[in-house]
Design a protein around this ligand. Structure first.
Ligand SMILES: [Fe+2]
Length: 230
């Protein structure tokens, strides 16, 4: 576990996607109480469970988009008092889970005040909900952007270079093509950019410790500059 702030940690694991090593990252937020919120949980093992539980009781398991949900059930079995919150669409895809709530455009009462959230509209492929941890001025996202750099293996670096997202905080051309409603998507992005964040944590790639907001604006300049649709 790597601590980024007094109430914020990340844990990285190797993960292959479409044959490429992209890694997966879980973010742990300690809310007042203390209560822990696990964003995009990775596979739990005995050591990780011990380390996480040492920080406080696990209260909330968050699957932030349609892809980052694989291990919430396993965590819930190890932490039976934890509530599961999922991105829209997972409530039917993972109907067997004891889901406490479907994430929307407003923070849940459980974490309102410490964490704000926006549902990225117009991108039903992922239906990602993006979070802002107020005390640490950190944006917490899963696939909103990648940040693959020199620490990734050569094949991953080549693929992301081809995808137009190497060495910077940005989505790939693939995500660009999958935006269904550009005006709605842009409005969501603009709401995200109203938050005063500096650090950006994404699920694949490096953490942007400083200047993350400006990096994200550059990574999304292809849509932020568009005139509003009538
Ligand atoms: Fe992902």
């Amino acid at each position: 576990m790597r601590q980024l702030h007094s109430d914020l940690w990340i844990v990285d694991r190797p993960l292959r996607f479409l044959g490429l090593e992209v890694g997966a990252r879980m973010t742990v937020v300690r809310l007042p109480g203390p209560k822990l919120l696990l964003h995009s949980p990775i596979a739990p093992d005995a050591e990780l469970l011990r380390e996480v539980k040492a920080l406080g009781p696990v209260a909330y398991l968050v699957a932030p988009n349609r892809f980052h949900h694989l291990f919430v059930g396993e965590w819930q079995r190890s932490c039976p008092d934890a509530s599961i919150y999922v991105a829209p669409g997972l409530d039917t895809k993972r109907a067997e889970l004891p889901i406490a709530g479907v994430l929307g455009d407003e923070p849940e009462p459980a974490w309102k005040g410490a964490i704000d959230q926006v549902l990225l509209a117009g991108f039903p492929f992922a239906n990602e909900v993006v979070f802002f941890h107020r005390p640490s001025a950190t944006l917490i996202a899963a696939d909103l952007a990648f940040n693959v750099g020199s620490s990734s293996p050569p094949l991953t670096r080549i693929a992301f270079r081809l995808g137009g997202a190497y060495g910077r905080l940005a989505p790939t051309v693939l995500e660009r093509l999958l935006v269904r409603d550009r005006a709605a998507f842009r409005r969501s992005l603009e709401r995200i950019l109203e938050w005063p964040f500096d650090r950006v944590v994404v699920a694949h790639g490096e953490v942007s410790e400083q200047g993350g907001r400006e990096e994200l604006i550059r990574g999304y300049s292809w849509i932020l500059g568009e005139a509003s649709a009538a």
